[in-house]
Design a protein around this ligand. Sequence first.
Ligand SMILES: [Zn+2]
Length: 92
Amino acid sequence: MTDYRTTGNTGHGLKLLDRFWRFVEKTDSCWVWKGHLIKGYGQFAVAGKVIINAHIFSYVLLKKGIPHNLQLDHLCRNRACDGVCSVETEER
Ligand SMILES: [Zn+2]
């Protein structure tokens, strides 16, 4: 698995994590993604090319990885949410 935490500078003068958190607006209930959305899901470009769902990126950051046999779903049903409330793991 790619370790996104050590991917480092994006070449735009901001480190990857700084760029990520600039798109996140924390509210009382959810962390709302302020960047690009596709079908309601936050999209975040890693290393300028790999687009991943923002809530998955957030989950990897906070939980240090995703078990390979699990997928992430939005517990709070807010697709743009990146908070810990946003994800539950379900067996595939
Ligand atoms: Zn939420």
